[in-house]
Ligand binder design. Structure first.
Ligand code: AHR
Length: 505
């Protein structure tokens, strides 16, 4: 029989971590699988706009309030000639694309993507190719995108029909350059030098841009964290951010261990911060390096299926993970981890956004639908804006295969002073027992509970589809606020969003 566990928490407006940078709710669209072609872009679709982009997909992205989208890769960018994707579509070349072994038709490129993003009200995080190319292609692309006019590349943009510059502020200096799978992989020394010189030239052209240098492809890379130390030694003065990438999977079907993976993510972030601060100290620098966690998600369901795909197709269904309920719980935990590091993680991208390891899926000519992971992402993006507060948590703990002392209750709190709202995000990793949470919110006088949203399901493996949304949140969570304390019922294996608002002076 399930026994009720007890946890305690203190939330105080004085325990500030930092203002949440909304860009931590960013996402990613790569020229990969059906992310672009058949995802965001499908000219024959009944909802397609004049440029061929699906309105139903745009509506879902809008619902998620995605503030920034990384583009065009990913591994794709390391072999990409950006010039192939601009100018009259009928003149664009078809290329073999070596990262994913497909044919890239170049029907969508920089201008179409930047226009689409502008219509959505989201920023573009543009990556440059530091695999097969370097300083020259990067500075030309920047000039093409951001320079007002009167020069070769900016006038070419105008000739292509885009009079106004795209004003792209955030630029990634390559992608995962430590990875043996990367086209044009570099050693840390090689990458550090190239990234520095590229960044230097780009800044000379447009001093207002922000630059992200490549960190390790994951915390499991054998060169982590020496890669960070060596590359930052070169790039520290020119970059604003260093990237982190991490994907998890429940490969051995050990759900308790899987849900504890956020411990690894937390450790990864702390190690990168320490490495950045070591280089800061070494250089006697006053500048703080920020973290861009610009690829994070669950990725493993589609691995076997992807091995069966024949090469050289156009937009085959690659990396189409079908997410289940426990994946949504882990994604909630990953969002909590990002919020708890709001002082250093200033950008993050759920990888990716549509069809490819994505919260949004599409049917060709048919509906767009929400995967299970859509919901924690939605809740964090909508309600997680304000100041991240550090909750003091006393929770029962468990030992998993790879982690000890894992708190069943994982939590982050965001205080939106302007709207006078507090949101408590709480994940219960206990797979069998519910939990009674007592939360001290006495520093917030006059607040009342607005809503307790819950994402729960009896089956950890439950999935959604185009025809049925089995995993969706409800607002029937039980939370009572009395004398400055919330008593909340936190169901077994559940994602909870407890929202408070000031109701009295
Ligand atoms: O997001 C899928 C891939 O994962 C990206 O192309 C690459 O950067 C990472 O290895």
């Amino acid at each position: 029989m399930a026994t009720e566990q007890k946890a305690k928490m203190i939330v105080d407006k004085a325990f500030k971590i930092a203002e949440v940078d909304p860009r931590i709710y960013g996402s990613f669209i790569e020229h990969l699988g059906r992310a672009v072609y058949g995802g965001i872009y499908e000219p024959e679709h009944p909802t397609a706009d004049a440029n061929g982009f699906r309105q139903d997909v745009k509506d879902l992205i809008h619902e998620l309030q995605v503030p920034i989208i990384r583009y065009p890769g990913g591994n794709f960018v390391s072999g990409y000639n950006w010039e192939d994707g601009v100018g009259p579509i009928e003149d664009r070349p078809r290329r073999t694309e070596l990262a994913w072994r497909v044919v890239e038709p170049n029907w969508v490129g920089t201008n179409e993507f930047a226009t689409w993003a502008k219509e959505l009200g989201t920023e573009v995080m543009m990556a440059v190719n530091l695999g097969t190319r370097g300083v020259d292609a990067a500075r030309n692309l920047l000039e093409y995108c951001n320079h007002p006019g009167g020069t070769y590349w900016s006038d070419l943009r105008i000739k292509h029909g885009y009079k106004e510059p795209h004003k792209i502020k955030t630029w990634c200096l390559g992608n995962e350059m430590d990875g043996p799978w990367q086209i044009g992989q570099k050693t840390a020394e090689e990458y550090g030098r190239l990234a520095y010189e590229t960044g230097k030239a780009m800044r000379l052209l447009d001093p207002d841009i922000q630059l992200v240098s490549c960190g390790s492809s994951s915390a499991q890379m054998p060169t982590f964290p020496q890669w960070e130390a060596t590359t930052l030694d070169h790039t520290y003065d020119v970059s604003d951010f260093i990237s982190l990438h991490q994907y998890y999977g429940n490969r051995d079907n050990n759900s308790a261990n899987y849900l504890a993976r956020t411990m690894d993510m937390d450790h990864f972030i702390k190690t990168v911060i320490s490495t950045c601060d070591y280089i800061k100290a070494k250089k006697r620098s006053k500048k703080t390096m920020y973290l861009s966690f610009d690829e994070w998600n669950v990725w493993y369901h589609s691995n076997d299926q992807d091995r069966q795909i024949e090469p050289w197709g156009i937009a085959p269904p690659q990396l189409e993970d079908l997410y289940n309920f426990e994946d949504a719980l882990l994604v909630g935990g990953m969002l909590i981890t990002l919020l708890r590091h709001a002082d250093r993680v200033k950008m993050a991208c759920m990888a990716q956004l549509v069809n490819v390891i994505a919260p949004i899926m599409t049917e060709q000519g048919g509906v767009a639908w929400k995967q299970t992971i859509f919901y924690p992402y939605l809740h964090a993006s909508i309600y997680g804006r304000g100041v991240s507060l550090l909750p003091i948590v006393d929770s029962p703990k468990y030992d998993a295969q790879d982690y000890t002392d894992v708190p069943y209750l994982d939590s982050a709190v965001v205080y939106n002073e302007e709207k006078q709202e507090i949101t408590i995000f709480a994940l219960n990793r206990n797979l069998t027992d519910a939990m009674e949470l007592s939360c001290d919110v006495r520093s917030f006088e006059g607040y009342g509970i607005v809503e307790h949203i819950v994402l729960e399901h009896d089956n950890l493996k439950a999935t959604n589809s185009a025809v049925e949304e089995k995993v969706r949140p409800h607002s029937n969570g039980v939370s009572v606020l009395k004398d400055g304390f919330i008593q909340a019922q936190i169901g077994k294996a559940s994602w909870n969003v407890i929202r408070l608002k000031k109701v009295a002076e």
